[in-house]
Design a protein around this ligand. Structure first.
Ligand code: ARG
Length: 575
């Protein structure tokens, strides 16, 4: 429906469709119509005042109303368009939840999750994993081909600590494909190292040996435990409805990272300083690029002093930075990418800016195709959840607790479910609760995850959305109406629901443009609220409008399902 309005205006005032589209607003009050076009920007062009322009345009449009528009009016400097509600209703019934694939046909890599081996998958990882999967689904929905990439730290100091601790204190335990066991060894290492700092020397030696690859027994243990970690992570990814097409590892870019750093020294971009290889980014004139657009919450990144970026330690080992320089190039060698998105926590904002700046200095042409989607921290209300890994809660413990809680809530509501059915449903509800509570917030915001809040069946929660879906689904399933679909006078709550369903594609486009799944999450909630309002005020069964209203329930059902799908959240047909 918006397209009709946009086309009409564009033609009349001689602006591009895209520009008009950005200007058209949804008015705050219903008596101001369904769409409004502000005329301030036309004053110069038409050498007249915006109010007069709005009036003239409205009068002109009114003379010959296009199909789908029932009236045009003016209000101050705005032209207000009223859409024909019956035509709106017909459109919604025919195409709810559909994204007219704009066939953007781009090749897009979304790098996300990036959990390291030999360490815990903790609650913070869930957010990045959920955001990444959602962005991937959005990109696909618009007809792009997506490569889901993971980039895992499988070498470096944390691995050396793990292997040192296992060899020295846990050798009797058999290796287990279990996140919580793996994380436990790492935590033990940290504890012992904090108690006795001298032990770090032993770890350094292992780190060095692993780096040089000369100790066969260590290499073997590394390979074995690395595989265990990776397999344990796959189990988690399955829970979270995600998976990867491509795995990159820090170990594979390590040697090249060293080379890249040395090349940068040769080119005069980096230098050796007290043995370490560094790039001084602090005094560069920053008139060039601003990579901060996607960095929510940090509007001043542009003026940020990027400081000194260390690439190699003085012992010659490569740092995270050097490896990322190689990784960026590798991505484009492996795939002809149109876009590369990094979903990385905002704690690494500076690192990402340093990376992009360095790539630019190197003359890497594809740097403009790279984007950083930052996201904020997850906190847990202190003392409310057990933590065996210091300040972070392990995924497996977290999951157990949330699933348990969901199971309790579920068994209070429904009885007679088999154990398997109860288990399956509890997991879906738990994952919906977790993912939704993380995806609904602004990307940059720190989230305090409160399980009681997240698992409520009412309010802005995942379970509420699942419940709304299941309710609509059961109506559609149970009622087989033989009545014709007649669109009579529409009630306010019907119109509101219709308009909301109708704005689905626009919201998804906006969410994708801003790499912001929260817009879809918020949409899904409002949509469900409007459905529930409609359902309360408009009887479906036995009404004269039964045929139409059932179709409307179905249109809602489809649109909500599609929205949740874009968030990577599964639905339940009954709850
Ligand atoms: N594995 C890293 C970490 O745990 C995150 C990797 C982010 N991606 C990247 N290309 N630097 O901090």
């Amino acid at each position: 429906m918006k397209d009709i309005v946009v086309k009409l205006i564009a033609k009349e005032v001689g602006l591009k469709m895209g520009d008009v589209e950005n200007l058209v607003e949804i008015p705050p009050k219903e008596d101001m119509g369904d769409f409004a076009f502000p005329c301030f920007g036309l004053a110069k062009k038409f050498k007249s005042n915006p109010m007069k322009i709005a009036e003239d345009l409205a009068k002109k449009f009114r003379k010959e109303l296009p199909k789908g528009i029932s009236n045009v009016d003016f209000n101050g400097a705005y032209v207000n368009f009223f859409i024909d509600k019956k035509i709106l209703a017909k459109g919604v019934l025919a195409g709810a939840g559909v994204i007219e694939k704009k066939a953007r046909g781009e090749k897009i890599m979304v790098e996300f999750s990036q959990a390291n081996t030999h360490k815990a998958f903790h609650v913070g990882h869930i957010r990045g994993t959920s955001v990444g999967e959602s962005l991937a689904r959005m990109a696909e929905a618009f007809g792009n081909s997506v490569i889901r990439a993971n980039y895992q730290g499988d070498t470096g100091m944390h691995v050396a600590k793990w292997i040192w601790c296992y060899n020295k204190y846990h050798k009797k335990e058999s290796l287990k494909k279990d996140e919580s066991w793996i994380a436990g060894i790492y935590v033990d290492a940290i504890k012992r190292l904090t108690k006795n700092e001298k032990l770090q020397e032993e770890v350094n030696e292992i780190n060095w040996k692993l780096d040089s690859g000369e100790d066969e027994a260590l290499n073997k243990l590394w390979k074995e435990t690395r595989k265990l970690s990776l397999d344990a992570l796959e189990i988690i990814y399955k829970d979270l409805n995600t998976g990867f097409d491509k795995y990159y590892f820090e170990s594979e870019v390590e040697q090249e990272g060293k080379k890249a750093a040395k090349d940068l020294v040769k080119k005069g971009i980096a230098k050796v300083d007290e043995g370490a290889t560094i790039i001084d980014l602090s005094r560069r004139d920053d008139s060039s690029k601003d990579y901060s657009a996607e960095h929510s919450g940090e509007p001043n990144d542009k003026d940020k002093n990027l400081g000194v970026w260390v690439l190699l330690r003085s012992d010659g080992t490569a740092l995270y930075s050097a490896k990322d320089i190689v990784l960026a190039q590798k991505k484009f060698e492996d795939y002809k990418l149109d876009k590369g998105i990094y979903v990385v926590a905002d704690a690494q904002n500076l690192h990402m800016l340093q990376l992009f700046k360095t790539l630019e200095l190197m003359g890497f042409k594809n740097v403009d195709k790279l984007k950083h989607r930052a996201y904020g921290l997850i906190r847990l209300p202190t003392g409310k959840m057990s933590s065996r890994t210091g300040d972070n809660v392990l995924y497996s413990d977290f999951k157990k607790e949330i699933v348990e809680y969901a199971r309790k809530g579920l068994s209070e509501r429904v009885s007679g479910l088999s154990k398997n059915e109860l288990d399956a449903r509890s997991l879906v509800i738990a994952v919906a609760a977790i993912k939704y509570s993380m995806l609904k917030q602004d990307m940059g915001k720190t989230i305090v995850f409160d399980k009681k809040e997240a698992l409520r069946f009412e309010g802005d929660t995942g379970p509420y959305l699942l419940y709304s879906y299941a309710r609509a689904s059961s109506i559609v399933r149970k009622v087989k109406s033989k009545k014709a679909v007649k669109i009579l006078d529409l009630k306010d709550s019907e119109v509101r629901l219709l308009k909301k369903i109708n704005s689905f594609e626009e919201i998804v486009a906006k969410a994708y443009e801003n790499l912001a799944p929260n817009l879809i999450a918020n949409y899904a909630f409002e949509l469900s609220q409007m459905f529930n309002e409609f359902y309360h005020s408009c009887p479906v069964l036995g009404s004269e409008e039964e045929g139409f209203r059932l179709k409307l329930v179905d249109a809602f059902r489809i649109t909500l399902k599609k929205s949740l799908d874009l968030l990577g959240i599964d639905v339940l047909e009954s709850m």
